[in-house]
Design a protein around this ligand. Structure first.
Ligand SMILES: [Zn+2]
Length: 170
């Protein structure tokens, strides 16, 4: 493969852990990871064989997260499921500005809205993609910790998708 920008041959690097910021999320780590890089342009890109499977794995990790959803989580879910901000405003009978503010961390996410959003996307995944997220959802959702700050990371090995692990970072 050659660099799209400068035409130099790209190199393949291995790294034990890669923070997957391209997802728009700060807590997703790919481990181990292969990176395609151009030494001249200093461009680095994660090598992904099955982007759809990676995105659906991240989606599951968000929907079943044992802590409150973040604004970045909400944006990821909405984009993965192909809804616009206008769609959500219509579905939830909210002003577009409210959805926009929630996704930009300007408006808090109540536990009730968090749960409503999760149920909505789980249902949406079932209906549109025939994907089952989990079978004991109500039990899992009742154990979500809305009191404490989430400091966990999601660790994903691309070789063992759709598995993922939560790790507490200190
Ligand atoms: Zn280059």
């Amino acid at each position: 493969m050659t660099c799209k920008k400068c035409g130099m041959p790209e190199i393949l690097l291995s790294t034990p852990q890669y923070q997957y910021l391209e997802s728009g999320l700060e807590n997703i780590y790919i481990s181990p990871a292969k990176i395609i890089a151009c030494e001249r342009c200093l461009i680095k890109q994660l090598q992904i064989n099955d982007l759809e499977l990676l995105n659906s794995t991240i989606t599951n990790s968000i929907l079943l997260k044992p802590f409150s959803l973040t604004s970045a989580d909400l944006r990821f879910l909405r984009q993965y499921l192909g809804y616009s901000i206008n769609d959500l405003a219509e579905i939830f009978h909210l002003e577009v500005e409210i959805i926009f503010a929630i996704e930009n961390n300007q408006e808090p996410i109540s536990p009730q809205f968090d749960l409503l959003i999760r149920f909505f996307y789980v249902k949406s995944l079932e209906e549109s993609f025939s994907k089952i997220v989990a079978t004991n959802l109500i039990e899992q959702f009742s154990q979500i910790d809305f009191e404490n700050q989430d400091n966990s990371i999601v660790l994903i090995n691309l070789e063992t998708l759709p598995q993922y692990y939560y790790l507490q970072s200190s």
